[in-house]
Design a protein around this ligand. Sequence first.
Ligand SMILES: [Zn+2]
Length: 59
Amino acid sequence: MSERAAPFYCPYCGDEDLRPSEEGHGAWECAACNRAFQLKFLGLMACGLQPNSTGGEPT
Ligand SMILES: [Zn+2]
């Protein structure tokens, strides 16, 4: 299981010719429009958590 998130399309021009950039982790370059961009994992959204996950009562 890979932690790397790979974009399928360039967010700027929509082309599929993406390649990993040497700029760093999560960085990609689009060969079609010569743009470099970076994906960043911001964390899990709170709405996906269980409402009772904070401090469960001991059984
Ligand atoms: Zn592009």
